[in-house]
Design a protein around this ligand. Sequence first.
Ligand SMILES: Cc1cc2nc3c(=O)[nH]c(=O)nc-3n(C[C@H](O)[C@H](O)[C@H](O)COP(=O)(O)OP(=O)(O)OC[C@H]3O[C@@H](n4cnc5c(N)ncnc54)[C@H](O)[C@@H]3O)c2cc1C
Length: 291
Amino acid sequence: MALPKFSYLIPKSLKEACIMLAEHEDKARILAGGTDLLIKMKHRTVQPEYIIGISNIPNTDYVHSNHKHLTIGANASLTMVAQNPDIQRYFPALAYAAGVTATVQIRNMGTVVGNICNASPSADTATPLLVYDTKVVIMHPAGERTLALDEFFRGPGVTALESGEIVKELVLPLTSDRSGSNYQKVSPRSKVDIAAVGVSACLHVDEKETITQARLAIGAVAPVPKRVLHAEKTLEGKKLTEELINQAAEISLDEATPISDTRATASYRKKMVDVLVRRALNASMEQIRAK
Ligand SMILES: Cc1cc2nc3c(=O)[nH]c(=O)nc-3n(C[C@H](O)[C@H](O)[C@H](O)COP(=O)(O)OP(=O)(O)OC[C@H]3O[C@@H](n4cnc5c(N)ncnc54)[C@H](O)[C@@H]3O)c2cc1C
């Protein structure tokens, strides 16, 4: 299937990309790895007149860390994120999710930021990034603003980005040694396919294993990937017992509003939320104990 005709614009900086985007508004789209956008264009789901290619802008394919934060640049590929030692150490759920997204070829081309901006409810890196309290740094022609990731997703394929805005980078506060996290995914065609359900958890505990901070997020079972705030509150201040896990799984089930599609029925998805929440919480605690 051939691509529709378009004009290809090559900005020299992300700032210039914002200016181009503001100038052409709805007629233009940003292209990073192109693994989502070009497919949609081939299917005529989107038909931009202008493509703004950002993949060759220098110094945008980074993963940086200091003693407080880790930062993922707009053009950091899924492979780069999966293989980065700091991400593997501090954000193992994200490293794992990036490493089981699609295939090697797609991971080498596709970016984590593109995965988020695509705003698919099933995006593999979305729930790990949610449980790590990720902030999205958004650039526009006049400057920058920062938004929590859970405010970024507005609906299937819809983000909080406004005219002329692009995502510059993602910022994750470093996790402590007394934390553990995990991503669970089921998909009908093993790891090659997008998730039918995805669940991430991140637990922080004190020296007595009381949970001081809990994060739990579900994907592919609602219009947007989302945190299960009520379950998080239920987990905090307690020890992770079987009964507490049951409660968190039950709350997550209530929060899930899945649809039936070619990948899974709604009832299968519901069942899997229950299973994956349990696995993600148990695996997070096991990781803490193994440190
Ligand atoms: C065969 C195949 C298998 C796949 N399997 C999976 C899977 O298992 N799991 C999964 O989650 N995804 C999967 N995908 C989807 C895709 O590969 C990922 O979502 C990928 O991370 C997209 O990144 P990209 O850089 O290619 O995005 P692009 O296609 O370049 O862009 C995606 C969207 O984000 C916008 N965008 C990109 N960067 C920015 C930015 N900096 N600022 C603002 N907007 C931006 C674009 O305008 C576009 O709307 C698959 C795709 C294919 C083709």
